[in-house]
Ligand binder design. Structure first.
Ligand code: ADP
Length: 205
């Protein structure tokens, strides 16, 4: 089993790259943002509560997202590995994730920090807002609030993993393919260190 965290600010391309990683390595994708948007669409009580935070660019409370991830992990018995996208976003979430994984006799193997300059993030998110239908992408004030939440609460989580020697930085500017090539290189390097064979069933380049 191989567990990867894709880490980085809003607009750094985590969702796009997650899709490419899944196609290549057949990991199971766990995106708290996607899960929360599904809850909102279904108008569940959890979704209605989460929406209040998301609409103003704030983080949803830890206990809500931790409970959501916990039930998804339990529902996925025999995954080859997980890719965590948008989670953990606070140190409390990171510690909770470590506990959940240790109950499954596994752990985080690699954390990739996607690095993009702030002005580029805002440009990308505003552009995405024109087509994504995501209300939190349409308003520059909300985008700036999300980026501020990232720097205040989420980026310290990178130190948590750096101390465990699990953090690698990926420059996330350039084409989607260029960024994916850098990610693949980091994953394959970690596979080799862990003596894992590539779990890809569609070997590409
Ligand atoms: P982005 O990274 O582009 O902002 P996401 O889809 O990951 O997009 O998240 C959208 C919103 O969902 C966040 O701004 C936040 O309000 C909420 N959210 C998602 N994941 C978490 C999490 N792990 N903890 C708290 N809030 C979260």
């Amino acid at each position: 089993m191989f567990n990867l965290i894709l880490f980085g600010p809003p607009g750094s391309g985590k969702g796009t790259q997650s899709q490419l990683i899944i196609d290549h390595y057949q990991f199971t994708h766990l995106s708290t943002g996607d899960m929360l948007r599904t809850e909102i669409e279904r108008q569940t009580p959890l979704g209605m509560e989460a929406k209040k935070f998301m609409d103003r660019g704030a983080l949803v409370p830890d206990e809500v997202v931790i409970a959501m991830i916990s039930s998804r992990l339990d529902a996925q018995g025999n995954a080859k590995g997980f890719i965590f996208d948008g989670f953990p976003r606070t140190t409390a979430q990171a510690k909770a994730l470590d506990k959940l994984l240790s109950l499954k006799a596994t752990s985080i193997h690699l954390v990739l920090l996607m690095q993009v300059p702030e002005e580029e993030l805002i440009k990308r998110l505003l552009l995405r807002g024109q087509t994504s239908g995501r209300t939190d992408d349409a308003n520059e004030e909300v985008i700036r609030a999300r980026i501020a939440e990232y720097y205040n609460k989420t980026s310290p989580v990178a130190d948590y993993y750096a101390q465990q020697h699990k953090l690698q930085t990926v420059p996330a500017v350039g084409s989607i393919e260029e960024v994916f090539a850098r990610i693949k290189q980091q994953i394959d390097k970690r596979f080799a260190e862990l003596n894992l064979h590539s779990v890809s069933s569609h070997p590409r380049s």
